[in-house]
Unconditional design. Structure first.
Length: 277
């Protein structure tokens, strides 16, 4: 992406960077014996201290084989548990704060110690980031891109774990949220943000598009302009890894302006550029 970001996009970039700073700070404090619930609380407290008062969803943390959603059958299994972190375990931190009315939704994958398999999953995610951007710029349908991500995972030898999310989504739209002093949550999701997603779903249904990027027919349309939180999630047996970040889609005819990742200075991108995974 070239050129200056609009004030609106700078707001989203700020909260996304804040979220990744939180993930890195919490990851640096993780040690054997910490539970998923404690890691989720650490994220909440870190963000609260920096002014976050609302959420698209409250923070999650998954340890060990839960990073690959092993045996996940119902939505309640996504919530943090008393699973304790052990040496050599992979982990994922996932948070979606609202800050100054702007929303982010990020996923950070790490491991408590060295694990060549986990490093391989992280490295192979780079191909998915490149594929998704290329095919969005080509204006392939969301469903086709989803299928191509699936095929790439199969070639790499992995299982698609974002299919375990509700509606099997690999991404969803995000937007501005009205700021309030206090906003309630329902099952961990902020009511204001859910209202926005529901409004998008209503308008999209009328106009033939969906704010959910899924493998189903309701996603059989080109990318809708707006901001999408995209999260390809790879699994290999009991190990999972993903990234989640904002993809900007516009109606520009210039390919580079028609779609771009909001920020290329994020932990997983730096790891790829530095060759550390």
């Amino acid at each position: 992406m070239t050129g200056e970001l609009s004030a609106e996009l700078r707001g989203f970039k700020e909260v996304q960077r804040l979220s990744y700073a939180c993930a890195e700070a919490v990851a640096a404090q993780l040690k054997p014996g910490v539970t998923e619930r404690e890691a989720a609380r650490m994220q909440r407290e870190w963000l609260y201290e920096r002014g976050v008062r609302d959420w698209f969803h409250r923070p999650f943390a998954w340890f060990g084989d839960r990073t690959a959603f092993v045996d996940f059958k119902i939505p309640l299994q996504f919530f943090p548990t008393n699973r304790r972190l052990e040496a050599g375990m992979p982990f994922i931190l996932d948070m979606a704060p609202v800050f100054k009315g702007y929303t982010a939704d990020i996923g950070y994958s790490g491991c408590l110690g060295l694990d060549p398999l986990h490093d391989k999953l992280l490295a192979d995610l780079q191909d998915h980031r490149e594929l998704i951007l290329r095919e969005v710029r080509e204006r392939r349908t969301l469903r086709e891109i989803y299928q191509d991500v699936d095929r790439l995972m199969v070639r790499q030898g992995y299982a698609n774990r974002h299919r375990a999310y509700p509606f099997g989504v690999i991404a969803h739209k995000i937007d501005r949220v009205k700021q309030r002093r206090w906003s309630p949550t329902v099952f961990g999701f902020g009511t204001q943000a859910l209202k926005g997603l529901a409004s998008d779903a209503l308008h999209g249904h009328r106009d033939g598009w969906s704010p959910l990027w899924s493998p189903y027919t309701f996603s059989d349309h080109p990318p809708q302009p707006g901001l999408w939180a995209v999260e390809p999630h790879l699994g290999f047996r009991g190990t999972g890894a993903k990234f989640e970040e904002i993809l900007v889609v516009t109606d520009s005819r210039d390919p580079e302006q028609s779609a771009f990742w909001l920020d290329d200075d994020l932990p997983h991108v730096r790891r790829w550029n530095e060759g550390t995974v």
